[in-house]
Each structure stands twice: as structure tokens, then as C-alpha cells.
Design a protein around this ligand. Structure first.
Ligand code: ADP
Ligand code: ADP
Length: 207
């Protein structure tokens, strides 16, 4: 069954004196619960396709359907994890994790309880009231990952989740991602320029 349907997507970026064809007639499907990785060199359009699926960028042509609905009129929660953690420095870890729910106006006793559980399950309990600059890069990426889960997304989009990290943290964040994907049973798309990331995650997922 098709959960995400990408149909004939093209994207041309226009600048003042130039245009770039970032995507040329891309089509593919993803089933519910599938974990898909997209690998390719820098500049090949990976971020662009994720941004289009997330509804952050409008395609020049083509459509994206999630559960049969065009993304323009879907209200499905999509969790987007960026290359760098994009945490708000002046907010504590728990306040950062809650931000998606704030935007959706869904902060209440129950959701706060659920988010606290999530934060504890993934080993961030003791850092709840810390600020991002008190955590390592790998831990900050873990916070970013948990933040995307807080909105209970049906689809997780991971954009080069390791590229800003040193080797040690890359392994740790790979562990986090595979752990979360296994436990939460989410449909996920991960993009990376490094095939080694894909192989490592795949091994972890099979463990
Ligand atoms: P990747 O994520 O694979 O590195 P991107 O999707 O970021 O690739 O970029 C694909 C191509 O589109 C690149 O040539 C990039 O320079 C160009 N591009 C991306 N975003 C923009 C933008 N906002 N304006 C103009 N060109 C862009
Ligand atoms: P990635 O590492 O995923 O390829 P980039 O570093 O290419 O990401 O892009 C970072 C940001 O800059 C993105 O928001 C992208 O849309 C934008 N961008 C990329 N290339 C261009 C460009 N040629 N002109 C304007 N914006 C761009």
C-alpha cells in the first residue's frame, strides 16, 4: 500500500540571473512503515525533495500525496529533522521539545506528560532543564530527533542528520535513530551523501 506518493515532481529554482533545475520529473512511492534512504552527492536535490514532501517548498510541477491526500490540504503531522539541530538556545531542552506542539496549539496536561515520558525514554530526563549549549553535538541531535517525535508524526524526514557531527557522535546518533525507528515503527525517509551512514543504520535496524 502506498503511504507517500511522489508523482512527477520537478523543481526549478529561479534567481535573478540564473535558474537551477534541482529535480527533474521524480516519482516514487513509500509504503507505510517503510524506512527509505536517499543517497547522492551534495547538490543533487536531496534537501529539495524532503522540503517538498514536508510542504516547506512548492514544487514547480508534480504532486505529493500522503495517504492519498495532496500535501497542500493534508494536516498530517510530519517530523522534519535538519542537518544542524536548529535548537533554540534560550529555551531549555524540554521547552525545545515542546515547540512543535506549541505551534500546533496542542500543549496540555496530557501532551506534556507524554513528552516528558518520551524525553525520559530516550535518556534526556536529566537534561530537561539544561540549555542546548550545555549538551554535546550528539546529544543536541538527539533532542532534535525527540522534538520531531513529540508531534506524533506519521512520517519522519531526516535530512543529513549526521553531517554536522564528529565520528563518535555520528555513531551515537545512528544508534538513536535506529532505536527510535525500531521502537516507534514510523515511516521514515533519510537523506545522506554518505553511503556508510546507510549501511550502518541498516545493520543496526536488523539487530
Ligand atoms: P542536496 O540536498 O542534495 O545537497 P539541494 O536540494 O540542497 O541538494 O540542492 C539542489 C540544487 O538546487 C543545488 O544546485 C542547489 O544549489 C540548488 N538550490 C537549492 N536550494 C536553492 C534555493 N533556495 N535557491 C536556488 N538554488 C537552490
Ligand atoms: P545541503 O547541504 O542539504 O545541500 P545546502 O547547504 O545546499 O544544503 O543549502 C542550505 C540552504 O541554502 C537551503 O535552504 C537551500 O535551499 C539554500 N540554497 C542552496 N543552494 C542555494 C543557491 N544556489 N541559492 C540560494 N539558496 C540556496
Amino acid at each position: 500500500t502506498k503511504f507517500v506518493e511522489i508523482k512527477n515532481i520537478s523543481k526549478i529554482y529561479h534567481t535573478l540571473d540564473d535558474e537551477t533545475k534541482a529535480l527533474d520529473n521524480i516519482s516514487f512511492d513509500i509504503g507505510k512503515g517503510e524506512i527509505v534512504t536517499i543517497v547522492g552527492p551534495s547538490g543533487c536535490g536531496k534537501s529539495t525533495i524532503l522540503s517538498i514532501i514536508a510542504g516547506l517548498v512548492k514544487p514547480s510541477s508534480g504532486d505529493v500525496f500522503i495517504n492519498g491526500e495532496k500535501i497542500v490540504d493534508t494536516n498530517k503531522a510530519i517530523g522534519y529533522m535538519f542537518q544542524s539541530d536548529h535548537l533554540f538556545q534560550w529555551r531549555t531542552i524540554i521547552e525545545n521539545v515542546l515547540i512543535g506542539l506549541e505551534i500546533q496549539n496542542k500543549v496540555n496536561k496530557e501532551s506534556i506528560k507524554r513528552v516528558n515520558r518520551l524525553v525520559e525514554t530516550y535518556g534526556l530526563g536529566e537534561f530537561k532543564n539544561h540549555y542546548p549549549n550545555q549538551l554535546s553535538g550528539g546529544m543536541r541531535q538527539r533532542v532534535a530527533l525527540i522534538r520531531t517525535l513529540a508531534i506524533e508524526p506519521e512520517l519522519l524526514l531526516l535530512d543529513e542528520p549526521f553531517s554536522a557531527l564528529d565520528y563518535q557522535s555520528r555513531l551515537a546518533v545512528s544508534d538513536d535513530i535506529s532505536d527510535i525507528l525500531k521502537r516507534e515503527k514510523k515511516t521514515a525517509i533519510m537523506v545522506t551523501h554518505d553511503i556508510a551512514d546507510v549501511i550502518y543504520i541498516k545493520v543496526l535496524l536488523k539487530k
